[in-house]
Ligand binder design. Structure first.
Ligand SMILES: [Zn+2]
Length: 160
């Protein structure tokens, strides 16, 4: 993941962090579209990363606030994985990626942005999406806005 060059993330690095935990706050608010929440399961929800490493970068997050997945009950871990499968299927349909990075950065040294609340990243990949980054870094743009990605993907989750 650290080989991906994502200049729009500077907004995340430099912005003021909200009080409290965003993965507890966002599902507690009744505004899923504004919060880019794509799907709500029984134990976990799916949310777009607003500072993505690539188009369609989403996260599968348990409602329970724990720093590591070893603290989650088996039903919750199971739903994390089944929702990850669903996310792959929806992303494949909607964005036609040819690969994915799927994983958990657990703890600050591992690169977790929100280290207190475990979450699974799903990042769609296309051949060549980063290979030329060092050369064309200055011209790199996100081809799709978050809003249009949300519209596309939320439909996919409704249909699944
Ligand atoms: Zn939390």
């Amino acid at each position: 993941m650290d080989t991906l060059w994502a200049p729009w993330r500077i907004g995340y690095v430099t912005s003021e962090k909200p009080e409290g935990c965003i993965f507890c706050l966002k599902p507690s608010q009744d505004q899923d579209a504004e919060n880019f929440i794509l799907y709500r399961g029984t134990y976990c929800f799916v949310i777009l990363n607003v500072f993505p490493y690539n188009n369609g970068h989403l996260m599968v997050v348990p409602y329970q606030h724990v720093p590591g997945i070893e603290d989650l009950q088996v039903e919750i871990v199971t739903e994390m994985m089944t929702l990850t499968q669903k996310a792959l299927s929806v992303l494949r349909q909607a964005l036609r990626p040819t690969g994915f990075n799927i994983g958990i950065n657990q703890g600050v040294p591992a690169g977790a942005g929100v280290a207190d609340h475990a979450h699974m990243h799903v990042v769609p990949r296309w051949v060549g999406d980063t290979n030329f980054m060092p050369v064309i870094a200055d011209t790199r743009v996100m081809p799709q806005s978050l809003e249009s990605s949300y519209e596309l993907l939320v439909q996919g989750f409704q249909q699944e």
